[in-house]
Design a protein. Sequence first.
Length: 253
Amino acid sequence: MSATAATLDRWFLGPPPGPDAEAVLYCLPPAGAGATGYLGWRRHAPAGLHIQPVQPPGRENRITEPPDLSTDELAEALRRRTDRPYALYGHSMGGVVAHAVVQALVRSGAPLPSRLYVGAAPPPLSPMSWLGRWLDAGDSDLVRETAALGGTPDRVLAHARTRERLVRVLRSDLGWLAAHRPAVQPPLPVPLRGFAGDRDPLVGLDAMTGWRSFTDRSYVLRALRGGHFFHLEDPRTLARAVAADLRLTEEDL
């Protein structure tokens, strides 16, 4: 395996889909988080759907790497694996990253996903009053504010070294989000599905309606019970909702 191929494969946590997988759902984590949050989705997925967590650099099994995010590199890693139908799910910042990745796939002429799913994700260029406050916050305040949303394991907060690693990755991710400008392209030729937590103080149902303008296909928005990290609070409901939607045909939309 060439060095380039090995680097690209590091974007995916766990084994690749086997021959029995009819489709693959690639799952992108929120800012500061890693891919292991999606491992539990596998027990909720129907037969034939392979859950493939996406692992950005700088966290978990890629902790020794700089936490620099390249959506073009991730798009290339996906392009090498598009041997069967697939879809993307991105939570919070992961949804913005997923949108940028699909834009890169469109530009390259690669096979596109059958769906783009975004959960608790701010539409690109939308107002994010909380983002500036977090960027300016000291380390302790940043950890406190993000931890208050849930989604950060107690074991991470209990140790100084793991907190330092969290802050390092989180600041890099928030910097990417603040600087990101979507490529000037037509709306995606991919059906888009949005999910919002009914108690999310950051990106609620009203904010998620802004994703409608980013696709020229259908857009369906659904509210789920939970806060900003509802994908961790009730993974069964969300994973099954996505799996059920993937069984729809275009005529059903």
